[in-house]
Structures are given as C-alpha cells and as structure tokens.
Design a protein around this ligand. Structure first.
Ligand code: AMP
Ligand code: ZN
Ligand code: ZN
Length: 425
C-alpha cells in the first residue's frame, strides 16, 4: 500500500478513532473529527474485488488442485454452496448477484430474449443489445456505488458495459472473450495502484474458462481440470499482486460463480418439432429452458400439443410457472416455458443432425434447486471472519453484503443482510 493509498483510505482514520475512543473521547467528538478531516469515506469502507468464475460448480474445489482458492477459504469464509436463480444461465445470475433482484425484477430473464414492447431481441453476442440500457432494470452494485460517489471498475461483468440509470462504472471494458486472464488481473492490479482519489473501491472481473471447457468436454475431462487450474492460477496472480503491494489484508476478495453444470448426452435430447410445427411459433430461447411465443391465436393449441409430449419436458403457461422460481412477472418471459429435466436438451431434428458434436459435454439452465446447479461463494479480507463455513444462501443476498462492506446504502432489493451477516466480522 502506498502512502497516498493509506491516507485516502479508511485505515489511518480508523486507527485514529480507536486510539481516541481509548482516551474517553465522546462519540459526537469522533463524528465531528470525521467531518473536519473530510475523509469522504465512512469509517470501515474497504475495497472489494468481486471475481466471477463462470460455471464453477459447488463441488469443483474438490475435483482439481486449487491452491489459491483453497488459500482464500482458509483465511476467510465459504458458503457450503450458493443457490442460483432460475434460469441457471450466465446473464440472469450475474445480474442477480449484482442487483439482489430476481430475473423477473431486473429484466435479464434469459441469455436470449425478446421484448415485446420494443420488438427487439437480446443475445450475448449482440453488442448493441448488451450495451443498451433499456434491457437492464434494477440497480446493480456499481451504480449504487457510483451514485454514492464511490468509484467502481469492471474488467467484465454482465451489465457493466452499459449505462444503467445513465451510469456506468468509472472504468469498464467491452466484453472480449479472448482477452487473456493475465491481462484482466493486471488491469485490476493497475486500478489498485491509482492514487486514492482515483482508485475504485469496487472492482469486478470474470473468468470464462471453466464454462467453456465443461460445455465442450464435459465435467471430468482433462480440459476441464486444466480450466479449473488456469482460473485458480489467475486468481493466484491477483493475490500475489495484492501481496506485493501490501494490500492483501486491506482488500476484500469475494469469489462467486453463477451456476453449476451437469452432463448432457446425444441420448437425452427432446425434439420440439416432433410435437409442434416450429414454423408457427417463435422460439426465443431453446435449451434447456425453451421460451416459446406462439403465433397469435395458437397459444392453446401449442400448449396442448406440448403438455405431456415428452416424459422429460415440463411445460408451463407463464402464469402457472412454479412459485419458487419467482419467474412470472415480466413482459420478456414468454407465454409458454418448457423446461427440460436435468441433463436433457431441447432442439430440432435438423439442428441435431447438422451438428454431430453438440449435446455431448455438459450444460446448465435447469431448475435452480438441483444440486448440480449449485454455485460457489468464497470471501476473505478485513471485513470477513476467518475459517468459517456458512450454510448455503441465495445469490440475491450478495448485493446486500457488498453494499455493507462498501458502506453504501443499498437500493430496494429482494435480498436481506440477515442472510449473510454471519460471515462478517
Ligand atoms: P452461457 O451461455 O450461460 O454459458 O454464457 C456463457 C458465456 O457468456 C461465456 O462464454 C461468455 O462468452 C459470455 N459472456 C460473459 N460475459 C459477457 C459479456 N459481458 N458480454 C457478452 N458475453 C459475455
Ligand atoms: Zn455462466
Ligand atoms: Zn455456460
């Protein structure tokens, strides 16, 4: 930690306050001191580095050597697992972690969407849509921070590339899948090197290797093990970078994943065109959660044909989706939602026959109550207890936790601080 860092941060202020309390100074005097120093930060604010590891299933820590993640666990806290939101896809879950809201509340209800009000589509590869603030409802933690005058930076996190409520993180990058992990880590460290007035307090980064490898090669492939080790190595580089700067004990590291993974097979495929004429419907998202928009006047017919069509497919009208998914009340949730059982995929005969290597690895998107969809939560740093394992909790509570550690007032959200309070010192 540089001298400038220390002056701007809360560390020296906190030490002064503790010393003064010891000498019997009143609370009012202590508060007044805070104002006269004009420190601009509440007592106890610590930087947070939020790391997202895509598709790091809860039990992967045991499947490969992860010395750097293990070290975070041993000097901090771990949840037995983190419960994702439905559907267990990347964008809905990263944005629920960031906002404390369910997808029906934040509007990112899938990776592929149609908004009937504006008649526009959203997909991960559609840069214009990903950077269009109309898709992103609710308030992510970096916007809460920036509104409070607390700077944020993102080297990737879904939603950080767009102005939400007109606000972006102070520093951000348009998503580029090929960016090497070391470049991400080194930029995060460079942000921590900025003078205190410029330095962000909340920094996010994201690693896709494990999602890539498991989709392609499956859960227990050597490539997946290599991907787990690669992400662990990159996190090790970050930790050593913090250590070299004398920052490791001042920074809160929070490591989460968005969802788990489960094996798929070409033997477990549901062909939608065996039951309905796909020319009469718009399938907005395909698998394992199909979002189906029948042509006008055909909804009952399509629903009737799909109901009980396949023993491994559950079909719901929007209004009848299970309560526990909290997945009904948004215009981007389509009239018919068909959900495949664990390990099953939904496609058409043509799509399946044209691709001989798809549906062979693993995937996610299924019921968020399935053990295979569980994610991870690990954290270490000055705000967290040491050596504590807490009960599983839902990822919508992470927003409250981040706001507390950053000493910012959370926006309205579905999470509760009580659900995560036991992890904090
Ligand atoms: P999924 O289809 O749910 O497995 O999504 C995983 C994919 O999301 C990864 O392969 C990434 O390429 C992609 N992704 C992650 N973050 C972003 C982003 N900010 N913008 C666009 N794509 C992203
Ligand atoms: Zn993901
Ligand atoms: Zn994925």
């Amino acid at each position: 930690m540089t001298a400038a860092h220390r002056r701007g941060g809360s560390v020296s202020i906190r030490a002064a306050l503790v010393g003064m309390r010891g000498r019997g100074v009143t609370v009012a005097a202590v508060l007044a001191l805070g104002f006269t120093l004009g420190c601009g930060t509440s007592e106890g604010r610590r930087p947070v580095l939020l790391i997202g590891i895509d598709a790091f299933t809860w039990d992967l820590l045991n499947r490969a050597e992860t010395p750097n993640l293990d070290a975070i666990v041993s000097r901090g806290v771990r949840a037995e697992w983190l419960v994702p939101v439905f559907p267990t896809k990347t964008f809905p879950n990263h944005y629920s972690i960031a906002t404390g809201l369910y997808p029906e509340q934040h509007g990112i209800v899938a990776n592929n969407m149609l908004d009937p009000d504006i008649d526009e589509r959203f997909s991960l590869g559609n840069r214009a849509a990903v950077e269009d603030g109309r898709w992103w409802e609710g308030e992510p933690v970096w916007v809460t921070a920036e509104k409070a005058g607390v700077r944020a930076a993102a080297f990737f996190w879904p939603g950080t590339e767009t102005a939400i409520q007109g606000i972006r993180p102070t520093f951000w990058r348009p998503y580029e899948h090929a960016t090497p992990n070391d470049e991400r880590v080194d930029q995060v460290l460079a942000w921590m090197d900025l003078p205190s007035a410029e330095r962000p307090w909340l920094v996010t980064t994201y690693f896709a290797d494990v999602d890539d490898a498991t989709h392609r090669f499956g859960m227990s492939a050597p490539e997946t093990e290599a991907a787990i080790r690669e992400v662990d190595r990159a996190i090790g580089r970050l930790v050593r970078g913090l250590e070299a700067r004398g920052l490791l004990d001042d920074v809160n590291l929070v490591v989460v994943s968005d969802h788990g993974m489960t094996p798929t097979s070409r033997e477990r495929v549901i062909f939608l065109d065996d039951y309905i004429d796909v020319a009469n419907v718009d399938v907005i998202d395909w698998t394992p959660v199909a979002a189906i928009r029948p042509d006008s006047g055909r909804e009952d017919e399509v629903f009737g044909r799909l109901t009980d069509a396949h023993p491994h497919l559950s079909v719901f009208r929007k209004a009848e989706l299970p309560e526990r998914w909290r997945y009904r009340n948004h215009r981007r949730i389509q009239p018919i939602i068909a959900v495949a059982d664990e390990g099953w995929e939904i496609t058409t005969r043509k799509y399946f026959e044209e691709r001989t290597t798809t549906f062979t690895g693993a995937t996610h998107g299924y019921d968020n109550a399935l053990p295979s969809m569980r994610a991870i939560f690990l954290a270490a740093g000055p705000s967290f207890r040491r050596g504590v394992v807490v009960r599983p909790f839902q990822n919508i509570h992470v927003y409250e936790l981040l706001c507390r550690v950053l000493r910012i007032e959370p926006a309205a959200n579905a999470g509760s601080f009580d659900s995560v309070a036991a992890m904090l010192r």
